[in-house]
Design a binder for this molecule. Structure first.
Ligand code: SAM
Length: 688
């Protein structure tokens, strides 16, 4: 594009304050400016009256570039608008009733095209762009001509799950549009986007893409600096490798076909060819072509470092998969529970403020929920809690001072077998039980006050309904497990031992539903959810510093190092010295790891889809919606963060954990794990 494509724009709606649109989010405004100008022409090829409103609402209107490049940009935007308008209407004429605009920006097709009845138009873009757009649309009282559904989130995250949650039916044809988008994604991300579009498409689906053949020379322009990929050398071959039959069009031809004279010297793409692509899913083509990697989109620039480009992992909030939402809610509850019990129970820690004090070693909620709540003051035969002991680390509880395990004094045999021994709470264990017992209900009351009774009732109702329908009897909390392999049979046996006291508290319901999900996902995957959603998710084929991984994944250093070790040993990742810094290590995915990461995302999506089929879309969507609601903001603060603030004396309030706590408070949706690793004493991250 040209310098007109400003990289920082501010949008001012009628009443609310200015909305900053930084970086790529601002690019759509430049496009709206061009559409507004076209609308004002007597010989216009389309009318987009709302485009002018977006531009008028901009506090600092996009700079109007002049010269040859600017003219080329104008022709390019007009051509692609006309081309894609025709593509989506043709798809609808052929029966499609779903339209998905990827990177919708300030596209107003939902408002300005003559839709047949029953069309649903999904708009995906980042929350800041969609929020800014909504403000202007509301001020304009704009009414769409079809059902318009916005799906805020990043196209680098699991947007297919978000799109399905928003109502897209993958079993029905969709008209997909990625207009002015692909250039802002890396080649790998473009390829993945196409994979995902394909996996959501059935014959009858259409795909409209716009591409530049290569990067412009001017890398100093802020707009150009945002660009990350160009068209593959063989776009039709690349698309065919994904199962799409493509037709390429030259924007000049499109304009001429509509009667617009295109002066030769301002034609778009003298140096960079601009391509319009219309593709149809072709049932005759294989959907996965092993040779296609050679045809992938090209990179326009050195690929930026993961930590800076993929704020993705750090900032995507709206479109996390169901399992991630369950995990994050459970971990948030646990941190609040643990902060409180740490504050009230006299205890010791290995380091930090409580190092050297008296009392048992600090442990986390899992120890109470899965074990200590089943140990009465008079003791319990080990055989009655053996399965629970296995998933909670009984030896640890004994060593840390919560229980004793020994022969029953009433048993007069000289050497009774261990299974006939009895577990007794120690005095310190009984004190801890006394504090733990009312804590779950107390935190639940706080959540009801914080999030509202209606939302909590809806969340609990949905969790119970799913938990009941799984038909699985699972323990009240996630087990303390090794990273790999996990053993679902031990979960089920422990669940049966615990089921005498049905625990329908919020953390128990969250745990059970998350465990049921993990059982389904792990059936299809060689990697556990802990490894897939924890470590694998935050790696890429570009090396990243190992030290930065735990906060990205929301795992402790120890947990990450176990998971990385496993990935390294099994050939999924390589951990090696950082060539740029002595004594630092970097980790990257191997080709096998990259495939496993893709498979992980696919499996998580597929299980979620199956749950929708099995338990009902309304129930699963209602559950995801209620979980997402926990992350809603009040006064710019996510409400869930209120419970994550540690007491000043708590270990989370001190180095080395303080920085992770700060990240958690600033952006819980990014900093909480997509699947927890309950290791050792069970905390998140496992500190103390
Ligand atoms: C140049 S604008 C085009 C907007 C629209 N398609 C049009 O032609 O009017 C690019 C849009 O892609 C969006 N975008 C870029 N990267 C994205 C990502 N990773 N996730 C979601 N949206 C993204 C930007 O926010 C921006 O609105």
């Amino acid at each position: 594009m040209s310098p007109a494509d400003d990289s920082r724009v501010t949008l001012v709606a009628d009443n609310p304050g200015p909305v900053p649109l930084a970086g790529v989010g601002g690019t759509g405004l430049t496009i709206a400016g061009i559409r507004a100008a076209e609308t004002g022409r007597a010989d216009r090829l389309f009318a987009d009256p709302l485009a002018g409103a977006f531009v008028a609402a901009a506090g600092a209107p996009p700079r109007q570039a002049t010269g040859r490049q600017a003219a080329a940009l104008r022709l390019w935007v007009v051509a692609r608008t006309v081309f894609l308008d025709e593509l989506v209407l043709a798809a609808c004429a052929d029966g499609a009733r779903q339209v998905a605009l990827l990177g919708a920006g300030f596209d107003t097709r939902a408002f300005r095209l003559p839709w047949p009845p029953g069309v649903r138009c999904f708009e995906l873009d980042t929350p800041d762009v969609l929020d800014a757009k909504e403000q202007v649309l509301a001020a304009q009282r704009a009414v769409p001509g079809c059902q318009r559904i916005t799906v805020p989130g990043s196209l680098l995250d699991d947007w297919p799950a978000a799109l399905r949650s928003a109502g897209l039916r993958p079993d029905q044809p969709t008209a997909w549009v990625a207009e002015g988008l692909l250039v802002y994604l890396s080649p790998d991300d473009v390829d993945e986007l196409l994979d995902r579009v394909t996996s959501l498409s059935v014959p009858g689906s259409r795909l409209g893409l716009t591409f530049r053949s290569r990067a412009p020379a001017d890398h100093t322009s802020p707009a150009v600096a945002l660009r990350r990929s160009a068209a593959p050398d063989d776009p039709a071959g690349w698309l065919a490798g994904h199962g799409w039959a493509a037709r390429l069009a030259d924007p000049r031809d499109v304009l001429r076909a509509h009667g617009r004279a295109v002066p030769a010297d301002s034609a778009p793409g003298r140096q960079q060819r601009a391509l319009l692509i219309s593709a149809a899913l072709d049932p005759a083509l294989p959907r996965s072509d092993p040779a296609r990697s050679r045809r992938r989109p090209a990179s326009t620039a050195p690929r930026p470092h993961l930590a800076t480009t993929d704020g993705g992992v750090a900032t995507m909030a709206a479109d996390r998969p169901l399992a991630a939402l369950l995990s994050q809610a459970l971990v948030a509850f646990t941190i609040e529970f643990d902060n409180e019990s740490e504050h009230q129970i006299q205890h010791r820690t290995t380091s930090g403020p409580a190092a050297g004090s008296r009392g048992p070693w600090l442990v986390s909620e899992t120890m109470w929920a899965n074990f200590m709540q089943f140990v009465p003051p008079g003791g319990v035969p080990l055989r009655d809690v053996a399965a629970l002991a296995d998933i909670t680390n009984l030896n640890g509880l004994e060593r840390w001072g919560y229980v004793t395990v020994g022969p029953d004094p009433a048993d007069d045999r000289a050497r009774p077998p261990r299974r006939d021994w009895v577990v007794h709470p120690t005095v310190a264990g009984q004190r801890a039980q006394h504090i733990w017992r009312p804590l779950t209900a107390g935190i639940e009351r706080r959540w009801r006050d914080r999030f509202g009774a209606g939302q909590m009732t809806e969340l609990t109702r949905a969790l119970r309904a799913v938990a009941d329908q799984t038909g699985l009897v699972l323990p009240p909390y996630l087990p303390v497990v090794g990273v790999y392999p996990s053993d679902h049979r031990s979960w089920l046996t422990a669940g049966q031992q615990a089921s005498g006291t049905p625990d329908t508290s919020l953390p128990a319901l969250l745990s059970r539903v998350l465990l049921a999900f993990a059982i389904d996902a792990e059936r299809e995957s060689p990697l556990t959810m802990v490894v897939g959603a924890g470590a694998l998710r935050v790696l890429s084929t570009d090396p990243v510093p190992v030290a930065g991984l735990p906060p990205r994944a929301g795992l402790s250093r120890e947990a990450m190092s176990r998971a990385l070790g496993l990935l390294d040993r099994h050939g999924y990742a390589v951990v090696e010295p950082d060539p740029a810094a002595s004594r630092r290590k970097v980790a990257r995915l191997t080709a096998r790891g990259q495939r496993a990461q893709d498979d992980h995302h696919r499996t998580v999506g597929a299980v979620e889809q199956r749950w929708r089929d099995r338990f009902g879309e309304a129930l699963v969507d209602g559950l995801a919606g209620a979980l997402r609601g926990l992350f809603a903001e009040t006064g710019g603060q996510p409400r869930i963060a209120a419970g994550l603030v540690p007491y000043p004396g708590g270990w989370r309030a001190h180095p080395p954990y303080l920085s992770q706590t700060e990240a958690l408070l600033a952006n819980p949706a990014a900093a909480l794990p997509y699947y927890p690793m309950v290791s050792h004493r069970g905390g998140f991250p496992d500190g103390s």
